[in-house]
Write a protein of this length. Structure first.
Lengths: 166, 406
């Protein structure tokens, strides 16, 4: 689980934030760093501001559901540095009963919509987000969060109540 | 912002005192220039945009959820329907991500075939964009010219795979079928005359005062802001940022041919138009060189665990029959792990983040759709411009809502 620990980027993060660093993996050339969720804003600020790292480009923010594990949701951030041409993926875990994590919208404004989509699809709330509401699903959608693993692919029956004209 | 406040005039004392307030206007969801179904709630002060809030999701189909319930190969036709004007490149981006996960390489000829078709698709995408952008702004003629060339290219796609838009021609480990002589001759013939066609579009637009007035200094975004908002593709390069995944992380045959990345200077709509026009010329260069260099060899890898074997083998060889049966019933067994693979589609960086836990279906598949990320910068780019510019700003991203809403 820690085969990416010798990578320069993970070494820098581990040296700067030993309390938040859990491990790093290298798979097919992609570096993933596992973090504690309290560290997401300080580490993202560090990634953006540090001139040697210079992660200026938010690639994607997504989430994965692991229903059997204690900390159920994984929030995945992927960043790229256009000047330095390197990539990093950050992974943090969020438990189901306290599904919250700090927003990084103040660091990269492009994170706004990406985080809203994670909230919409997986139900993870981003604290200090400028307008956290549903984005792809309707505002009055009441069936929960469709990308959770316990959500049936057919939906929960809301559609059947619609009165479509024949 | 580029627009300045109009000079304040002395109020005419004979006119009655008018009440002014912010006007809320719904644009869409049914509007011909939104390229799909998109609503924007505009806050206006007179004709000036104070705030714009895109309302997305009218075309949401839950593609990411569908992907978790079908095998990797079954998802290829779903990628066609993301950005339905540019299906080939979506296929390409997806199979590339799967190949990264499986850690397989494709034969050299297949890389060339993929690059040629991808660049032909890029030309189609840019022609579509140019025609519709000009149509939205009011220059209808351009549309007829660009769609004339687009039809020629779509006919080539019909010969190649039988479909115009929903192509599904790319396969994990290669492509579905090889080029024949006719297709190669048709592409050559098109590329030879394409420069004259671009010159024709230029005669329609380059000195067109309306076109210039409606694109120059509209929706200006600096390179720094464009990066922070995650813009990509021609939209980012219009702001002068040299970021093209075909150069940064070369795939296909892009590193074996000579071409350049055109960059804008100011980051306005006109620069993005210029970048796309130049990209079409570069694409035709890439296609020509690839056709000249096209090596002989197989068009898909022989990896029966992941790639369906040839039909001849299937009908004559028992193992191949079993492999084919296993592939089409259970799918291939992907190794556990997670990868992200971005590809330079003609709209921007189209990426797939795939989490596998082994087995034939993805555990999680996230699509990084350029149109969606671009919509995140919409409010920032539209603020301070006139209501008529909204249409230009939609167009300048080259958005397709099928990809944005997924």
């Amino acid at each position: 689980m820690d085969d990416g620990k010798d990578h320069t980027i993970s070494q820098k993060i581990r040296a700067e934030f030993p309390a938040f660093y859990i491990g790093a993996t290298l798979y097919r050339g992609d570096l993933s760093i596992h973090l504690k969720r309290e560290g997401i804003v300080p580490i993202c600020t560090f990634l953006k501001e540090n001139p040697a790292l210079d992660f200026d480009y938010p690639v994607h923010i997504s989430s994965v559901d692991f229903p059997k594990e204690a900390e159920r949701f994984e929030v995945v951030y992927e960043f790229f540095s256009i000047r330095k041409k390197h990539q990093v993926r950050l992974k943090t875990r969020v438990p189901e009963d306290d599904c919250e994590i700090e927003s990084v919208t103040s660091i990269w404004p492009g994170a706004n919509y990406l985080e809203r989509e994670v909230y919409d699809m997986m139900g993870i709330r981003f604290l200090n987000h400028p307008e956290l509401k549903r984005i792809l699903l309707p505002d009055d959608y009441d069936e929960g969060y469709p990308l959770r693993k316990d959500f049936p692919i057919q939906g929960r029956g809301w559609r059947d109540t619609f009165d479509f004209p024949v | 912002m580029a627009t300045e406040n109009p000079p304040t005039k002395e109020r005419n004392p004979h006119l009655p005192l008018l009440r002014t307030e912010e006007l809320l206007l719904n644009l869409g969801p049914q509007h011909p220039s939104t390229h799909g179904v998109l609503k924007v709630i505009l806050s206006l002060e007179g004709e000036k945009i104070i705030k714009s809030e895109p309302v997305l999701g009218f075309l949401h189909r839950g593609v990411e959820k569908i992907a978790e319930n079908i095998t990797y190969n079954q998802f290829i036709p779903h990628t066609d329907r993301l950005d339905y004007v540019c299906a080939m490149y979506n296929n390409f981006a997806y199979v590339r991500a799967i190949e990264k996960l499986l850690n397989i390489t494709v034969p050299e000829r297949a890389e060339y075939l993929r690059t040629i078709v991808a660049e032909v698709q890029r030309i189609i995408g840019h022609l579509f964009w140019l025609g519709t952008q000009a149509l939205d702004i009011g220059a209808m003629t351009v549309f007829f010219y660009t769609f004339r060339e687009r039809e020629v290219l779509l006919d080539i796609f019909v010969d190649l795979c039988g479909a115009r838009l929903t192509t599904s021609w790319y396969r994990v480990g290669g492509v579905e079928r090889d080029f024949d002589e006719k297709i190669i001759a048709d592409i050559y013939r098109f590329i030879e005359s394409f420069h004259e066609k671009i010159a024709e579009y230029d005669t329609l637009l380059i000195n067109n005062r309306i076109w210039l007035a409606r694109t120059k200094n509209i929706a200006v975004i600096s390179g720094e802001d464009a990066i922070a908002y995650g813009l990509s593709g021609s939209t980012l390069r219009g702001s002068g940022v040299d970021y093209d995944l075909r150069k940064v992380a070369p795939y296909g045959a892009y590193d074996k041919v000579e071409w350049t990345v055109p960059l804008g200077k100011k980051g306005d709509t006109y620069d993005r138009y210029w970048v796309r026009m130049e990209e079409m010329k570069e694409s035709s260069k890439i296609v020509k060189q690839c056709l000249d260099q096209l090596p002989e060899g197989p068009y898909k890898a022989y990896l029966p665990k992941y790639v369906a074997p040839d039909k001849e083998r299937v009908f004559t060889d028992m193992e191949s029959m079993i492999y084919q049966f296993k592939l089409y019933s259970d799918g291939f067994d992907a190794p556990p792990g997670d990868i992200y693979c971005g590809t330079e589609a003609h709209k921007g960086e189209l990426g797939f983040y795939i989490v596998s836990q082994g087995g034939g279906k993805p555990y999680r598949l996230k699509i990084r759709a350029p149109s969606f990320v671009h919509m995140g910068a919409f409010d920032f780019m539209a603020k301070g411009y006139m209501i008529a510019d909204i249409i230009t700003i939609f167009g300048t991203y080259d958005i397709v809502m099928g990809e944005c809403d997924r």
